[in-house]
Structure formats: structure tokens, C-alpha cells
Design a protein around this ligand. Structure first.
Ligand SMILES: Nc1ncnc2c1ncn2[C@@H]1O[C@H](COP(=O)(O)OP(=O)(O)OP(=O)(O)O)[C@@H](O)[C@H]1O
Ligand SMILES: [Mg+2]
Length: 322
């Protein structure tokens, strides 16, 4: 099954502005702007995680550019290199290419997590935006607009996404629960999910999926997947890797980070705690492996790849000891 169908966050990602939960003012303003496509300004989306920023950018791309929107859109996110070279080469080359056809008013550059872009790269971006504004529009996405240099902000129409409130999150979760034919859980369950996810709808949906995976969706199953049990599962994965079963450990890790949505650095933190209580052939080596990957994650390389490599190294300790 493709990952899009496996994960409810993707399966139920809205494809129309009207389907977006909440964000009423944003939908209204964007709706107006989209009536005159050719006059669309550059856009800046700021707001908390899981509030619909990336989703909205995808919807706009489809509405503006039609079926073949992917051919005319360059999407960069945190896993892409974001220094000045990327701006000078990839973005610039893409933005100045003149191939607009009937129905495609311009190319689109979507820079997700733009606040992670270095300051000199942002400065370079400013010129690229100016020089190519006839041909290309930019959508910058960030959590905090303060991470975006002032001259870039002033070139964009700014949209501030709000943290979703409990009623909207609950309604949305209920509609998904119905489509997934979950046995109708009580309101307390949704309250618990909201509590644990703090208005982050991605996290709320992931949590509901994880909590119902084991059978019934109850307050207990929500509690089980939202805290302590994640630690226990990380410990299991580390144990599997240390036992030499790399493939097994990897599969479980991917499920845990993607479906449960636990951040990769938390994975490492829990892994470190778990190591303490384990019998390991070469403890010093195991800890230095963890430290090495902790460093790499901070450096911002592809997190899933890094954790996979880490599990490979841990599982090779066993082979060496045998
Ligand atoms: N306003 C919303 N309406 C409906 N679904 C939403 C909304 N916000 C988030 N979601 C759900 O959460 C998932 C993640 O949303 P999205 O990628 O748009 O978040 P984001 O604001 O870009 O977060 P981040 O800052 O973490 O990148 C979507 O696939 C969708 O299922
Ligand atoms: Mg996003």
C-alpha cells in the first residue's frame, strides 16, 4: 500500500480550500486573491505545526497551475540543502526559466521551513524574487515570521495561521473516525487526543491512528501511545538492533517516527536511556554511535536516513562480537 493511504494524515489531507479546518480568515483572503491569478503576490505563511500551511500551499499550486502543477513547482523543505548555493543555482535556474504555457501563469517556488534558511541565502533570495517576479511566484512557509529577514517579509502578503481550537480538531477527528469505521469513541477520548497534541492536527490524527491500531480507540489506548509506551517501543527497537536484527529494527523505527510522529531527537534520547539498562557487547562503542548521530541530526541531515544508519551500526556491533 502506498504510504499516502497508509497514513491518515495524507489520506485525509484537504485538496480544496473549503475543506481546510478553521483558518476562516485565511481561506477568505486567499479565495479573493486567487480570482486574479496573474496578480497574485508572493506569499508568506507563518504559524504553528500541523495547522495547514503546507497543505494550503499545495492547494494553491493545484488551483493556479492545474493538473500539471508539479512540472511548474519547485518544492524545497528542511531535508534539502538550504544554503546560498541552493538559492544561486537551483532556485535561480528554476525561477528564470521561461516556459509558461496556456493556463499556467507562472512557475511557483515553495520554500517550506524557510526560517531554516541561512541569512545570506535569504538575502540572495530577495534578488531572485525581484528579478523573476514576472515569471515566478514564491510561497515561503515558516513557524515564526521572525526567522525571515525583513526585506523578504515586506515582499510578501503575510498569512498567519492559527493554532486549531479543540472544537475544530474534535470535529475533524470524528469525521475521520467515522470514515475509518472506528467504533464510536466517547468525547473523553477526543479530549485526551487534543490534550496530548496541543492543537497540532497532524499529531492529533497520527495519535488517533496509532491508538486505534491495536483495536479499540479508548482513553487508555490514547494514553498508551502518547507517552510512556513510546519510550518502551524505542527500547524494544534498540534491543532488536543490538540483537543483530537490523531489518526488524528499521521497520519498527520507520513506523514509530512516521505514524506516531515522534521526533527523531526524542528517539535518540529514549534510545540513550534504554541503553543504560541493557546488556551490550561494547557499551562504549554503542554510546559513541548514539552521540555521533545526535550530532548529525542537529546538523540537519535527513533524519530518517540518519536513524537507519545508526541502527545499522548498532546491529553490526553484535556481528563483530560473535
Ligand atoms: N487546517 C487543517 N485542515 C485540515 N487538515 C489539516 C489542517 N491542518 C493540518 N491538517 C492535517 O495535518 C496534516 C499536516 O498539515 P500541514 O502539513 O499542512 O501542516 P503544517 O502547518 O505545514 O505544519 P508544519 O509546520 O509542521 O510543517 C495534513 O496532512 C492534514 O491531514
Ligand atoms: Mg509544513
Amino acid at each position: 500500500m502506498p504510504i499516502e493511504d497508509l497514513m491518515w494524515v495524507e489520506k485525509y489531507r484537504p485538496t480544496e480550500l473549503d475543506d481546510l479546518v478553521d483558518q476562516v480568515a485565511i481561506k477568505q483572503r486567499l479565495g479573493l486573491l486567487l480570482r486574479k491569478k496573474a496578480e497574485l503576490p508572493h506569499l508568506l505563511f507563518a504559524g504553528p505545526p500541523g495547522s495547514g500551511k503546507t497543505t494550503t500551499a499545495m492547494i494553491i499550486a493545484k488551483q493556479l497551475l492545474g493538473e500539471r502543477w508539479r512540472d511548474y513547482t519547485l518544492s524545497l523543505n528542511a531535508s534539502d540543502e538550504r544554503g546560498i548555493d541552493t538559492v544561486r543555482h537551483r532556485i535561480k535556474t528554476f525561477a528564470r526559466f521561461a516556459d509558461r504555457v496556456e493556463g499556467v501563469p507562472f512557475r511557483l517556488v515553495v520554500l517550506d521551513e524557510a526560517d531554516e534558511t541561512t541569512a545570506d541565502a535569504q538575502t540572495a533570495l530577495r534578488r531572485v524574487m525581484e528579478e523573476n517576479s514576472e515569471l515566478t511566484r514564491f510561497i515561503l512557509i515558516c513557524n515564526y515570521s521572525s526567522g525571515i529577514i525583513e526585506p523578504l517579509q515586506s515582499r510578501c502578503a503575510i498569512f498567519r495561521f492559527q493554532r486549531l481550537d479543540e472544537a475544530s480538531v474534535t470535529d475533524h477527528l470524528k469525521s475521520i473516525a467515522k470514515k475509518e469505521k472506528l467504533k464510536s469513541p466517547g468525547d473523553a477520548v477526543f479530549g485526551a487526543i487534543y490534550e496530548a497534541s496541543g492543537g497540532d492536527l497532524r499529531q492529533a490524527i497520527n495519535l488517533m491512528q496509532a491508538a486505534s491500531a491495536s483495536g479499540e480507540l479508548t482513553s487508555e489506548s490514547v494514553k498508551a501511545v502518547s507517552g510512556a509506551s513510546v519510550k518502551a517501543r524505542v527500547a524494544e527497537i534498540v534491543e532488536t538492533a543490538i540483537g543483530g536484527d537490523f531489518e526488524g529494527a528499521r521497520t519498527e523505527m520507520v513506523e514509530l517516527t512516521r505514524v506516531y510522529g515522534i521526533p527523531e531527537r526524542d528517539f535518540l534520547k529514549f534510545a540513550n536511556e534504554a541503553l543504560g539498562g541493557m546488556k551490550v557487547p561494547d557499551m562504549a562503542k554503542a554510546i559513541s554511535i548514539l552521540a555521533e548521530y545526535d550530532f548529525r541530526l542537529v546538523q540537519g541531515s535527513q533524519p530518517e536516513l540518519q536513524l537507519t544508519a545508526m541502527l545499522a551500526q548498532l546491529s553490526s556491533l553484535k556481528r563483530k562480537a560473535d
